[in-house]
Write a protein that binds this ligand. Structure first.
Ligand code: ZN
Length: 469
């Protein structure tokens, strides 16, 4: 059943991703390539050796605990952040200066911080979009590390997998993508303070709101480089993608409407997760996204959470099987068993696969138009359903999706051309869930947006779309 649905969803995505190419005007954006050429090129550009080099440097700072030394040039989170900023600057230089490196900071207080609080600093590299720069795709990870005692800022805390792996992935994605031009902005975000209470994620959310970013997607990479689970099982074939089912910011009125009409598995975060899965299926060269219909691991959290609470869609990516002996542990050996988050616990071929999926997803989202807004369905007491939406800036066409209400993935789709409504004859509104995606002239498709507030990617309508090209 799962395979059938997966295949059907992938087939639908395959058709749609190529939909804009035939008869389209000469592509003028990005690298001038459609998804079938651009995304494999991005996949091939990711280097396991570069990831190893980056992670070796990060581990070399001894500890990156949020409260560790910030003045040393060789040890502690300050040195690690400065190195990261310098690395972004180097990457940018090789790409003609396409990245703006920024280090927003703010003082936070909390249970896992000193009584007078702590200054939290993030390192961001911003690749400004060409035609839709306020729309933002975020690739994030946290640079801070910890050992058994969350307040121990002195002990060695290599944080190779948690979350040096994620930081290496974000830096490598920046290197691979910075030479390309995209409609939307991509923000590469290296966050601090995660282990002390998700403070870097909060700072990112506040920064995004202050700057008026319309965040369409957050891909938060946390623990993405280990292939052997606590139980000893080796799994290299997929990464887990966690997504919330209903919006953290849903109002009681919206919740009532959603509970009655459906939408409990169609938040924008969930449809972003489905997008990643379909993309992996088509372009991942055998590497899959396993969707988990939860906001995070059971009872645990990550930096996507403050972004969700700010109303921004996002997912968490985590390796297939975690090894708890390597997370949040003092470096030690007990009864012949080694504990600690050391470099040897990271598999760079696997980390490269996760990085490829990140880079391809960010490129596809940033090259595509935003999802259509104000999606509506009509057709009560009728044998047909009409789906309508408002135009997306930069869209050449739209694709309407539907699926059985119990299906996990979109299974049916139809091209709507440039119209902003589509009637589906013989499709009864009661029996299906619906959504719509926007497609650029060169064939890049947005995630599917489910109707109403339950599925809306953006809290407010987008600026008026320019006249069709
Ligand atoms: Zn982590």
């Amino acid at each position: 059943m799962r395979l059938r649905v997966w295949t059907a969803a992938a087939a639908a995505a395959a058709v749609a991703l190529g939909a804009g190419q035939a008869g389209a005007a000469a592509p003028s954006r990005d690298a001038g390539l459609g998804p079938d050429r651009l995304l494999p090129a991005i996949r091939q550009a990711v280097s396991p050796d570069r990831l190893r080099e980056t992670l070796t440097r990060l581990v070399g700072f001894g500890t990156r605990h949020t409260l560790s030394d910030t003045t040393s040039e060789t040890r502690g989170i300050g040195a690690a952040r400065r190195w990261t900023a310098a690395r972004f600057a180097d990457v940018s230089k090789a790409c003609g200066g396409s990245l703006a490196v920024e280090t927003p900071q703010a003082r936070f207080t909390g249970e896992r911080l000193p009584p007078d609080g702590a200054l939290i600093q993030d390192v961001l590299a911003v690749q400004r979009g060409t035609s839709d720069p306020d729309r933002v795709i975020v690739l994030s990870a946290h640079i801070d590390s910890r050992v058994s005692d969350v307040m121990n800022a002195a002990a060695d805390a290599p944080g190779a997998d948690d979350d040096g792996s994620g930081v290496a992935a974000v830096l490598e994605a920046a290197r691979v993508l910075c030479g390309r031009r995209f409609a939307a902005t991509i923000v590469y975000a290296v966050l601090s303070g995660e282990e002390q209470g998700l403070f870097g994620g909060r700072l990112l959310a506040e920064t995004a709101k202050a700057r008026g970013w319309r965040v369409e997607a957050v891909l938060n990479n946390d623990i993405v480089g280990n292939v052997q689970s606590q139980a000893g099982v080796i799994e290299r074939g997929y990464v887990r993608v966690f997504s919330e089912g209903t919006k953290a910011v849903e109002t009681p009125t919206e919740a009532n409407r959603r509970r009655y009409n459906g939408g409990e598995v169609d938040s924008p975060s969930r449809n972003l997760a489905r997008y990643i899965a379909a993309l992996a299926d088509r372009y991942g060269a055998g590497f899959r996204a396993r969707l988990i219909y939860r906001t995070d691991r059971f009872g645990r959290g990550g930096d996507q959470t403050p972004m969700l609470e700010a109303g921004f869609p996002g997912v968490r990516l985590t390796e297939a099987g975690e090894n708890y002996d390597r997370q949040h542990q003092d470096l030690r050996t007990e009864h012949g068993r080694a504990y600690g988050d050391v470099l040897s616990g990271v598999d760079f071929a696997y980390l490269a696969q996760v990085t490829r999926l990140n880079a391809m997803t960010a490129a596809a989202l940033a090259a595509a138009p935003p999802p259509p807004a104000q999606v509506k369905i009509e057709g009560q007491v009728s044998s047909d359903t009409t789906v309508s939406w408002t135009p997306s800036p930069g869209a050449a066409s739209y694709r309407v999706y539907w699926r059985d209400t119990t299906e996990p993935f979109w299974s049916h789709s139809r091209d709507a051309g440039a119209a902003t409504a589509l009637r589906l004859p013989g499709v009864v509104i009661d029996d299906w869930f619906f959504g719509v995606a926007a497609v650029s002239a060169d064939g890049f498709e947005s995630p599917v947006e489910f109707p109403g507030p339950a599925g809306a990617f953006f809290a407010s309508p987008p600026p008026a779309a320019p006249a069709a090209r």
